[in-house]
Design a protein around this ligand. Structure first.
Ligand code: ACO
Length: 326
């Protein structure tokens, strides 16, 4: 097996920022409630003509530049998203065309907020087996049109954005050390967007019942999240042969600061070894991990030889963890 690592990263977020104060004028909420319950201060929201592929393409161009890889060198493009431009064609095909990645296969992958880690694991396998040499993996979301802006339980939580990475072969001992993916399908009703497809085709009833928007049982998701973030980190450290104090940087899914802090506390990991940006972006679902990873790298918080763990949970329910050496 060829060792696989991340050769470059890039991000793209919409220009428009929606603050908690803006939300106070839209629903019965307060900056204080949102900050103390979630850690979120503001989030980026796409413009009306901005879809997931637009953000994905922007992030991809920057990642390719960072990796010094040209679009023609790409063998495969995987877009992890829960908010594709359309159900089909795949958003990855729109990205392939815009980049001019003439040799690349392209498909979307959907695994809730864990989607980026699922896509990274999947793309990594193609490189590990020698089937592909350069794989572009993107997490991209424009969730804002899928949100009921009158539902304070959900509308304060989410944001739009995209992050991309280029995967390729790396020297022995570097790159992906271990991967673990999990699911608990019996939690499927806890986060869903039920309307408009084969189970509940679009109708006057699905529209009237807000079935085309995200529904979530926040309290139950919270319990699942804390459990799998902790168990996921412990399992992946063991699989990678690392002690907790050998972990240099944790990149957790950015849904809620309380979930992140609970995991860090259980791992006895000081918060300066955990990258947090939920305050500025909210929960960007499949884009959250690549956004955080890119920022941690840019800030110099991940250096050559560092051990990094990424961990996420999301709709499905799904969860995943990955350990890498930089
Ligand atoms: N402003 C003011 N009050 C609110 C708001 C708001 N925006 N939202 C909810 N409340 C109220 C509720 O109505 C409730 O009132 P009640 O007790 O009178 O019914 C009260 O606040 C407390 O609600 P809880 O659900 O107990 O609040 P909690 O502390 O659990 O925080 C939260 C809610 C932030 C949603 C939390 O449960 C959470 O973060 N859960 C995880 C969600 C998550 O990560 N989702 C992403 C999934 S990933 C994916 O795949 C999309």
């Amino acid at each position: 097996v060829t060792p696989v690592g991340i050769m470059g990263t890039g991000i793209r977020v919409p220009e428009r920022v929606l603050t908690n104060e803006d939300l106070e004028r839209m629903v019965d909420t307060s900056d204080e409630w949102i900050r103390t319950r979630t850690g979120i201060r503001e989030r980026h929201i796409a413009a009306e003509n901005e879809a997931a592929s637009d953000l994905a393409i922007g992030a991809a161009r920057r990642a390719l530049e960072d990796a010094r890889v040209s679009p023609e060198e790409l063998d495969l493009i995987i877009v992890a998203t829960n908010s594709p431009d359309m159900l089909f064609p795949a958003t990855a095909c729109l990205v392939q065309d815009a980049l001019g990645a003439g040799r690349a296969g392209a498909f979307d992958l959907q695994a809730g907020c864990t989607g980026f880690l699922y896509a990274l694991a999947c793309g990594g396998q193609f490189v590990a087996t020698g089937t592909a040499k350069r794989v572009l993996v993107i997490g991209a979301e424009v969730l804002s049109p899928l949100i009921n802006w009158q539902d304070r339980n959900t509308c304060v939580l989410f944001g739009d954005g995209a992050g991309a990475v280029v995967l390729g072969p790396v020297p022995e001992g570097y790159g992906i050390l271990a991967t673990r993916l999990g699911s608990e399908g019996r939690g499927a009703p806890l986060i869903s967007l039920p309307g408009g497809l084969s189970r509940h085709p679009a109708s006057a009833e699905t529209l009237a019942g807000n079935q085309h928007f995200i529904h979530m049982n926040g309290r139950e998701v919270f319990k699942f999240a804390v459990k799998v973030m902790i168990d996921g980190c412990l399992e992946i450290l063991q699989a990678a042969g690392l002690a907790a104090d050998q972990l240099d940087c944790l990149i957790p899914h950015q849904a809620n600061i309380r979930i992140i802090e609970a995991a860090a506390k259980r791992l006895e990991l000081p918060m300066d070894r955990v990258w947090v940006n939920v305050d500025r972006y909210g929960n960007t679902s499949a884009a959250s991990i690549p956004l955080a990873l890119h920022e941690a790298l840019t800030a110099g918080r991940i250096k050559n030889g560092d051990n990094v763990v990424m961990v996420a949970f999301g709709a499905g329910l799904t969860w995943g963890a990955m350990a890498l050496r930089w």
